[in-house]
Design a protein around this ligand. Structure first.
Ligand SMILES: Nc1ncnc2c1ncn2[C@@H]1O[C@H](COP(=O)(O)OP(=O)(O)OP(=O)(O)O)[C@@H](O)[C@H]1O
Ligand SMILES: *[C@@H]1O[C@H](CO)[C@@H](O)[C@H](O)[C@H]1NC(C)=O
Ligand SMILES: *[C@@H]1O[C@H](CO)[C@@H](O)[C@H](O)[C@H]1NC(C)=O
Ligand SMILES: *[C@@H]1O[C@H](CO)[C@@H](O)[C@H](O)[C@H]1NC(C)=O
Ligand SMILES: *[C@@H]1O[C@H](CO)[C@@H](O)[C@H](O)[C@H]1NC(C)=O
Ligand SMILES: *[C@@H]1O[C@H](CO)[C@@H](O)[C@H](O)[C@H]1NC(C)=O
Ligand SMILES: *[C@@H]1O[C@H](CO)[C@@H](O)[C@H](O)[C@H]1NC(C)=O
Ligand SMILES: *[C@@H]1O[C@H](CO)[C@@H](O)[C@H](O)[C@H]1NC(C)=O
Ligand SMILES: [Mg+2]
Length: 684
């Protein structure tokens, strides 16, 4: 039991030892034990301070900081320099080292100075400002002061026989130095020659002062902070301190006074040892020195700072401009209701990049409403045609977009898919699948005497059938009636397999099966407008049939719907009719086919074309019937040119003030001639 207790106790003391060792190991800024210590900064260090001395939060010991100041800092416990019993004991060897800096407000005017001292008391309240805080005029030079000091003197006082205002001295009991030397050190370079230093330079310097007890040799060295301890001392004196430090209790510390000049006397680190060299001070652990006044600007900063600032401002400006440009460039109009059309809405940025910024190179063509650009969508890599339609008002935009989007759901092999849209201020962009073979118009009319690309009749007839199938789908086979309103060769596009596909749906109108189309402002292209459409503005499937009839004649004859002959304007229809009357119907077929065509099919196309573009709505077939005629599933009614002859009469009598009888079929005014159309002032 007793043994257990002892064991327990010894374990406890072992624990204490461990803790104490740990504490010592951790507090490496203040290693002090017995008669040696080293302080790297003085944060938390027990110093006895008086006067203006203070330790900054950073751990810097500031002995003075202001005008007419005096400060002392003591190691708190007294040290025993004198080994033997008083009197006539001998003073042991000791060694002190410290890093200091003197920061003067004015770079080249000196203040009093500072000193390391050994004194018999901590009560230096009787000292005066101009005596470095060590002595006063009454006791200066009195051997009963028992004081040893190393002074760093920045003022030349004649009464103390100072050599200059920048010297280091060894002082015993007096401000008059036993030995003094201009501040500097030996061994600055390899030759070991003397290098000057300036105490008030504000730069940190290190002092080593060593007393050798046996030889009574005092050596003082100085070096810029960071330099090694010089081999050759700056000051060396033989002085038996046994007669000076007679007390067995002496205090060590620092003292400083400022003259009339605001000066900070700072100590950064301090080490001391009895009977051995002072521990080395690790410069990297010392606190930072404060700055006095504005930090001197380095040359590098002076040049680079304005440049960097300029660059920064430039960069910020550039970013702002770029952002603003981006905003403007890609600005769109987006309204809440458009959320419903999500996938059909394209971002303008995508379309902008797809078309290479709407570059001229990508321009496919220019129509009545705007330009069409070829593009490749950034994500899907799909080839598209983007049509930019300029529009003024936003009125009816919601309905219009709704129609565009619902038309986007049309899927037929003879319809150019409408992929979606994008809206900007005053501009609407419609996105279609790209048709690699362009429009029928490009193939139909030879440009510059070139052979038209649409060589064979069979190819043309196939395209005719395709367009008819597409129109039939629009009129009857989809959930709503779609009136295209602008059937013409430039809106018939040819895909990679030369299939005719109806394109350009931006202007189409939808309405429910079995209802009357609403009157809207007229759209379409001169020459393809049914007479009743010109009058009433009401588009209907029949008006599409009319335009299809014109297209049919155009494809067969390779002639534009309005001809100019000897300053007279003819419609293509009248021209074909005239030939038919004269028994020369086959003469109207495109001569570039070189009679290499199916005569029956060509005649069918011509007659069907005439029938479709009949001025009387009721005389026109439906697209279903047209398909049957073209496929040969039904025979086209027997027709003679006289069936259409009233057209000619209407044309000729109009100038004589002819009014058609109201008993006639649907349209009371029968006009297909260009004369009436041109009075619409061009339309587009
Ligand atoms: N989806 C497409 N794929 C390839 N080329 C196209 C496509 N859409 C239009 N184009 C080309 O762009 C040209 C211009 O088309 P746009 O529709 O603007 O004018 P238009 O058809 O001549 O007149 P309108 O304004 O009456 O439609 C067309 O002639 C055609 O060559
Ligand atoms: C100077 O030291 C005194 C204390 O002695 C202190 O109150 C004062 O703030 C210090 N001044 C500066 C500028 O550090
Ligand atoms: C500082 O040291 C002195 C003298 O050893 C002692 O009296 C005092 O209590 C110490 N102060 C602190 C805060 O440790
Ligand atoms: C101490 O030394 C002085 C001379 O240095 C001598 O006069 C004196 O007698 C000595 N005193 C003792 C006690 O040894
Ligand atoms: C220094 O003085 C003491 C006492 O006065 C004496 O004992 C000692 O021998 C002296 N040392 C030297 C080197 O003279
Ligand atoms: C310090 O010494 C002076 C005399 O020099 C005395 O008046 C004062 O009381 C002393 N102060 C302390 C704290 O002992
Ligand atoms: C030296 O100081 C002591 C005590 O302060 C004093 O008694 C003595 O007279 C002084 N000596 C001189 C020469 O002033
Ligand atoms: C050092 O300073 C002294 C006094 O100002 C001057 O005479 C001497 O030439 C200087 N030495 C060097 C090496 O600058
Ligand atoms: Mg078009």
């Amino acid at each position: 039991m007793h043994q257990m207790k002892t064991k327990h106790r010894s374990f406890l003391s072992f624990l204490c030892f461990i803790i104490v060792s740990l504490v010592f190991a951790l507090s490496d800024c203040a290693v002090s034990s017995g008669d040696h210590f080293v302080y790297h900064g003085f944060a938390g260090v027990n110093l006895t301070l008086d006067g203006n001395a203070l330790v900054t939060p950073d751990g810097l010991l500031e002995l003075t900081n202001d005008t007419v100041n005096l400060g002392h800092a003591f190691y708190p416990t007294p040290l025993s320099f004198n080994t033997q019993q008083r009197p006539n004991g001998t003073v042991r060897s000791f060694s002190v080292s410290f890093v200091f800096a003197i920061l003067s407000v004015h770079a080249d005017i000196s203040a009093d100075g500072m000193a390391f001292f050994v004194a018999p008391t901590k009560n230096l309240s009787n000292t005066w400002a101009q005596y470095i805080g060590l002595l006063n005029s009454g006791n200066d030079g009195n051997t009963s002061n028992h004081m040893f000091a190393v002074e760093l003197d920045t003022t030349q006082n004649d009464e103390f026989k100072d050599i200059d205002n920048n010297h280091v001295g060894i002082n015993i009991d007096s401000l008059t130095s036993l030995r003094a030397h201009h501040t500097g050190y030996y061994g600055g370079d390899d030759s070991g020659s003397f290098s000057n230093l300036t105490l008030i330079s504000g730069k940190a310097m290190q002092v080593w002062a060593d007393y050798h007890g046996e030889t009574t040799q005092i050596e003082v060295r100085l070096a810029p902070a960071g330099a090694a301890k010089p081999a050759r001392p700056l000051l060396s004196a033989v002085c038996n301190l046994s007669a000076v430090l007679v007390s067995d209790k002496s205090y060590i510390g620092f003292s400083a006074t400022t003259g009339a000049i605001s000066t900070r006397h700072c100590v950064l680190g301090w080490s001391f040892a009895m009977d051995g060299p002072a521990p080395a001070i690790d410069l990297s652990k010392l606190p930072e020195l404060p700055r006095l006044g504005p930090k001197p600007r380095s040359k590098v900063l002076e040049i680079t700072l304005p440049i960097a600032t300029g660059l920064f401002v430039l960069a910020v400006g550039l970013v702002v401009v770029l952002l603003a440009y981006r905003r403007l460039r890609y600005k769109e109009v987006k309204e809440d209701w458009e959320v419903d059309f999500g996938p059909h809405r394209f971002s303008f940025k995508d379309l902008f990049h797809a078309t290479g910024g709407f570059r001229k190179k990508n321009l496919l063509g220019v129509g009545g409403f705007g330009q069409v650009y070829k593009g490749v969508l950034p994500e899907s890599r799909a080839e598209v045609a983007v049509k930019r339609v300029s529009h003024e008002s936003r009125q009816g935009m919601k309905e219009f977009i709704a129609e565009v989007v619902s038309i986007g759901r049309l899927r037929h092999r003879n319809i150019v898919p409408l992929l979606g849209y994008c809206r900007r201020e005053g501009e609407l962009l419609l996105v279609y699948d790209y048709m690699s073979n362009g429009s029928l118009a490009q193939h139909l009319y030879s440009e510059g005497g070139q052979q038209p690309a649409l060589g064979s009749w069979a190819q043309r007839f196939r395209i005719v059938k395709g367009v008819a199938a597409g129109l039939l789908y629009l009129h009857e086979k989809w959930e709503k009636v779609v009136v295209h309103r602008d059937i013409k060769p430039s809106n018939v596009l040819l895909d990679s397999e030369m299939n005719g596909r109806i394109g350009d749906f931006g202007l189409s109108r939808l309405y429910d099966h079995g209802t009357d189309p609403q009157t809207t402002h007229m759209v379409g292209t001169m020459g393809y407008l049914a007479p009743e459409l010109v009058r009433s503005g009401k588009a209907s499937p029949s008006t599409d049939v009319f335009a299809f009839g014109v297209l049919l004649l155009e494809i067969t004859c390779a002639q534009r719907p309005v001809l100019r002959q000897q300053q007279q304007q003819h419609t293509l229809m009248d021209w074909v009719l005239e030939h038919w009357q004269n028994g020369l119907l086959a003469e109207t077929v495109d001569p570039s086919l070189r009679k290499d065509y199916n005569l029956d099919e060509a005649c069918l196309a011509l007659k069907l074309g005439l029938l479709c573009s009949h001025p009387f709505v009721s005389a026109r077939p439906t697209m279903r019937q047209v398909m049957q005629y073209l496929e040969g599933d039904a025979a086209i009614p027997e027709l003679t040119p006289t069936h259409f002859s009233f057209t000619m009469q209407a044309l000729t009598r109009q100038d004589e003030g002819f009014e058609s009888p109201s008993s006639m079929l649907d349209p009371p005014l029968l006009t297909t001639s260009m004369g009436t159309f041109s009075s619409l002032s061009g339309g587009r």
